[in-house]
Design a protein around this ligand. Sequence first.
Ligand code: DGL
Length: 302
Amino acid sequence: MNAALSDDSDRPIGVFDSGMGGLTVLSALMARLPHEDMLYLGDTARLPYGTKSRRTVARYALQAAEKLVSMRVKALVIACNTATAAALDEVRAAWPQLSVLGVVEPGAAAACAATRNNRIAVIATESTIRGGAYQRAIQAIRPDSSVIGQSCSLFVPLAEEGWMDGPIVEAVAKRYLEPLFMSGASGGQSGAADGQPDAPNKPDIPQPDCLVLGCTHFPTLTATIAKVLGDLSVGQVTIVDSAATTAQAVKNKLRELDLLNRQSQPGQARFMTTDDEARFARIGSLFLGRQLEAGQVELVNL
Ligand code: DGL
């Protein structure tokens, strides 16, 4: 459908998520690729994706991708783990000549680089955990690793509400994290329902030493997650997410295709949402770490 040709380097990069979470990836992209123009689409009208069926998420993801492809992007970043897990292959199949990158493989790579004891905990949406995409991606890189997953659905609305710390967020984080790091939480490929560990308690098995934030909303909660891990006295745990590794993967791909933007001025970012521009600007500023005005955000229909 849309061919990214080698003289198309001045086209923007398209980035989408169910809501604001992908802004954590956009932020890393802007830092790593400062001369690229970006189009960001947050499908806030239909958030959350993480509690919906794979079919529904795939349909939404194809619609979001279609919108960005119609705006002549040169590459597409699915800045949503849930949509990546549900629809990366379908989006790639729909636009075979376009570079489409997801966030699960880069997140898995970051985890494999960080772990020392090969025991990795993944927190993500219900859909991502249920589908086992992280478990597969990590074990494709490190077949001897053990992966334990926990869905943390409540983190998404908390983050979208702009609640990133405080006693309520800490209580929710404790409820989700405690089972993962209880002595002897062992690995497996299964997923867990909210608040229930998916592993038997085996005291001889070491705790995970790496926690993957497998949802792009979760990096906004990193400080709270780190505090709760400290309170639980779980020892040294490296918290990783896929933003930086995804940005590097996008840069590598554009360089390989000779599609890096040659402009000398800083790239521009354009923001679109499927619901309430003012809210997107207000909460999006927290995710992006810089002020967004409602006038910079456009309302679109998918
Ligand atoms: N930010 C998305 C992710 O990375 C999903 C949040 C949601 O819509 O449930 O999984």
